[in-house]
Design a protein around this ligand. Structure first.
Ligand SMILES: Cc1cc2nc3c(=O)[nH]c(=O)nc-3n(C[C@H](O)[C@H](O)[C@H](O)COP(=O)(O)OP(=O)(O)OC[C@H]3O[C@@H](n4cnc5c(N)ncnc54)[C@H](O)[C@@H]3O)c2cc1C
Length: 418
């Protein structure tokens, strides 16, 4: 789904506000100084507004075209804000250099012990480190997240720098307010789970040795989840079960009429390993629903490519209704026997006349998948939906585009937020 234009314009206006408030006081007689100050406030505004885009509120996320689309804007605005903050001392240096090189150095030197300098340079340094790790996808997720959160410290130091320079200006108030509201909202509602609903594990199955399927019964008003959407779930302690406490995203693989939700969880890291020993009676909290992956699909023939546990959104759709248009489901997995969900999918293919099902055992080399795709008649006219590990999705998307499938006909769900 595309990002709606209105929310993007809105968030950019919010980002521009601190600079707009300060602009009337700037003089174009000193362009370096004015542009330097403007770059500083634009940078702070961009980063403060980007924090509003890390709030995991379902309605808010759907306004931006889904949580993942919103996170893309969060990252893009963060990077633009950082570049503007880098330009801030450079433009000021340009201004002061025209007066006197020594004054310029003294004014801007990171070794100048004045609080303004120390705070400004410390903020820039932590922003640089925090943003650099954002792009390191191989870091363990927990470490990556903690380092990413260090950007909040950089923000605090940057605000301290601005306060030492100009006191409590309207621009500063605005940035402080945005930061406190966004960080507080995210911490309390999402990370602490105040926005989550209580559920209880009612049943647990194991469709394969490393997959746990669990039915979660609502203990209050159930979440209204459409097939293909995902929730953020935290499993708590049970008598013989060690919960992970923190929230992880999982696609709902079945929605029952009484509001119970089924999750199918594959062991990947520490938390999902624990979940393999889940037991009925364990308390769960769920937030959501999020995601727009299989919602509002155009009426056209479809190809679904599900890799491993990336089957879950398609499973949810097939479990909820029969497909109405010609659909080729290619299920890629590593197993050659005891393939999870294989018999259920075969049954759907017999019962649903528009569904064709292929099961493909494959390792990391995607050639067998591409060989199957080549056999599909008029592939370039179809809508293609993919869900699976990011490297496979990237290679498949590139292959599809090289084979004439327009980018706007390729849709995917990433099982990763970085
Ligand atoms: C939209 C979405 C839908 C998903 N649906 C399913 C599903 O139906 N079934 C399933 O088995 N898995 C699903 N996942 C993946 C699942 O969230 C991860 O496997 C799980 O969070 C791993 O946690 P861990 O501690 O076991 O492993 P870790 O080793 O901590 O993490 C392994 C990887 O999982 C991702 N991850 C870990 N923690 C988080 C988090 N809190 N938020 C976002 N990503 C995280 C990171 O990419 C990380 O590299 C989905 C992920 C996303 C983003």
């Amino acid at each position: 789904m595309k990002t709606a234009v209105v929310p993007v314009i809105w968030i950019i206006c919010v980002a521009l506000l601190p600079a707009w408030l300060v602009a009337p006081a700037l003089s174009m007689d000193e362009p370096g100084l004015s542009l330097g100050l403007l770059a500083g406030w634009l940078g702070m505004g961009m980063i403060a507004a980007s924090l509003l885009l890390m709030v995991r509120e379902p309605l808010w996320a759907s306004w931006f075209g889904g949580l993942q689309r919103m996170y893309q804007w969060h990252h893009a605005m963060g990077v633009v804000g950082y570049l503007l903050l880098l330009a801030h001392p450079l433009l000021l240096a340009y201004h002061y250099l025209q007066l006197d090189a020594e004054i310029a150095w003294e004014y801007l030197s990171p070794f100048n012990p004045q609080a303004t300098n120390s705070l400004g340079w410390a903020a820039l340094l932590i922003f640089t480190l925090g943003l650099a790790v954002t792009f390191v996808s191989r870091l363990p997720y927990g470490l990556w997240r903690r380092l990413h959160v260090s950007l909040a410290v950089a923000m605090g130091l940057g605000l301290g720098h601005a306060w030492f320079v100009s006191g409590f200006s309207n621009s500063l108030w605005m940035v402080v307010l945005l930061t406190i509201v966004s960080v507080g909202w995210r911490l309390l509602r999402a990370d602490r789970g105040m926005g989550a609903r209580p559920y209880e594990v009612s049943q647990v199955y194991h469709p394969a040795a490393h997959i746990t399927e669990t039915i979660l019964k609502p203990l209050a008003k159930p979440l209204l989840v459409a097939p293909g959407q995902f929730v953020s779930a935290a499993f708590f302690e049970g008598p013989y079960f060690q919960g992970c406490g923190d929230f992880h995203p999982y696609t709902v693989s079945q929605v029952a009429e009484d509001g119970s939700l089924t999750l199918s969880i594959k062991a990947l890291g520490a938390c999902t390993q624990h979940i393999q020993s889940l037991q009925p009676g364990v308390a769960v909290r769920l937030q959501g629903p999020y995601g727009t992956f299989l919602l509002n699909r155009p009426v056209a023939s479809e190809v679904w490519i599900a890799a491993g546990i990336g089957l879950t959104p398609f499973l949810a759709l097939l479990r909820s209704q029969s497909v109405m248009q010609q659909t080729d489901l290619i299920y890629v997995h590593r197993e050659s026997e005891h393939i999870p969900y294989q018999s259920e999918l075969q049954r759907f293919a017999i019962e649903q006349k528009h569904l064709t099902f292929y099961s493909l055992t494959m390792e990391t080399d995607p050639s067998p998948l591409f060989a199957w795709l080549e056999k599909i008649d008029r592939l370039n006219e179809k809508q293609v939906y993919l869900c699976g590990p990011p490297p496979l999705m990237l290679k498949t998307t590139q292959w599809l585009q090289q084979h004439g499938v327009p980018r706007q006909q390729i849709h995917f769900e990433q099982f990763d937020f970085r």
